[in-house]
Design a protein around this ligand. Structure first.
Ligand SMILES: Cc1cc2nc3c(=O)[nH]c(=O)nc-3n(C[C@H](O)[C@H](O)[C@H](O)COP(=O)(O)O)c2cc1C
Length: 209
């Protein structure tokens, strides 16, 4: 079992980073392998819409995203975290998500028929953490949805969406018991979902189904 966590803020000691790492704790406590990625450490160019991936499911853009594709494919679950930047995800997170377009599969003749690669490989699971400064949820805009919708399109079931409001300065999340608790609970739910899947698979094979 492996969990991949992606932080879309460049503030390594910022609120998104803190909350994503809090969500990882239940996995580490169970000795499950986790990988934490700060997108700011990677040179990820925008998707150029070349469609070269359409038959191969591989992106031809030669940049650091090539290091992340194997990690995405190998992981059983993913956590995406981003602060609100003008009501939306950060540019780093948007570039990362757009470059996962190579994992979208379309029928050759009818593009209304499509699926995420995970639907063919086996559904995966995800959690989303969105962070914003203002007190009202509307001021966070589409930040959470801008991660949830693409994840769903890619064949992930998003089991937890955490919207954390009213955090501004880097590190403020450490002082918010509620924010830390919500992030940890999101991790716990994701972990329990993966454990349930494992249990069901074992029972299925025991019962020769
Ligand atoms: C460019 C930029 C745009 C922002 N836009 C919003 C916004 O639309 N709504 C909001 O509530 N906070 C906004 N914020 C505040 C951040 O979301 C907030 O400070 C958050 O805690 C930063 O997370 P981090 O510490 O993980 O980087 C913005 C901050 C920056 C730098």
């Amino acid at each position: 079992m492996k969990l991949l966590a992606i932080v879309g803020s460049r503030r390594k000691k910022g609120n998104t980073s803190i909350l994503v790492q809090e969500a990882l704790k239940p996995f580490s406590m169970e000795g499950i392998e986790t990988e934490l990625i700060f997108l700011g450490d990677y040179d990820i160019r925008d998707c150029n819409g070349c469609e070269a991936c359409k038959d191969t499911y591989k992106c031809i853009v030669d940049d650091d995203m090539q290091k992340l594709y194997p990690a995405i494919l190998e992981s059983d679950a993913i956590i995406l975290g981003s602060p609100a930047y003008f009501y939306n995800i950060t540019a780093d997170m948007k570039a990362f998500i757009d470059r996962c377009y190579c994992f979208e599969v379309f029928d050759k003749d009818d593009r209304s028929v499509w699926m995420g690669l995970n639907e063919a490989l086996g559904v995966k699971y995800a959690a989303v953490i969105a962070v914003s400064e203002q007190e009202k949820e509307e001021d966070m805009g589409f930040t959470a949805e801008a991660m949830v919708k693409p994840l769903e399109a890619l064949g992930y079931r998003v089991v937890s969406t955490v919207k954390t409001l009213h955090l501004y300065k880097a590190g403020e999340a450490l002082k918010s018991e509620k924010a830390l608790q919500n992030a940890k609970q999101a991790g716990e739910k994701l972990l329990k979902t993966l454990q349930l899947k494992k249990e069901v698979k074992t029972k299925l094979s025991e019962n020769h189904l």
